[in-house]
Design a binder for this molecule. Sequence first.
Ligand SMILES: [Cu+2]
Length: 128
Amino acid sequence: MKGVYAVLAVASLCACGGGYSSTSPNTSPPKVNTAPPAGGISVTNNQFSPVGKTVAIGTSVQWAWNTCTGDTYNGQTCVSHSVTFDDGSLSSPLQDQGTFTKSFSTAGTYTYHCSLHGAAMTGTITVQ
Ligand SMILES: [Cu+2]
C-alpha cells in the first residue's frame, strides 16, 4: 500500500496531469495520542504509567490516553481502556483517546483498574 500512496503523492505534485482523478485514501480524521501533563498518568495498552502515584489532598489527577499505534498510511489502531475505581465510585467511559480527570479531596488509597482488562491493568492513587 505504501508504494501506491507514494505514486499518488508524486502525481499530485506534478501539474502535468490533465484528466487524472484521485480518490482520497482516508477521509476519517486520525485519532491522536495525548501526552500526559506534568504529574499525570499515561494510559497505554494494558498499563497505567506510573502505576502508583501519591498526591496531596485537593489534587486533580489527569489520565491521558496513548493507545494508538500505526500511522495514517497503514491505518491506526487505537485500543479502548477505562479508569474505573474499584469501589465503584467513578469511572471514565471506555475511550481510545482523550483525557479523564478526577479530583481527590479526601485522604486515602484509591485503587482502580481498566474495565476491559481487569486485574491485568490496575493502578493506585494514594492521597495524603
Ligand atoms: Cu484496558
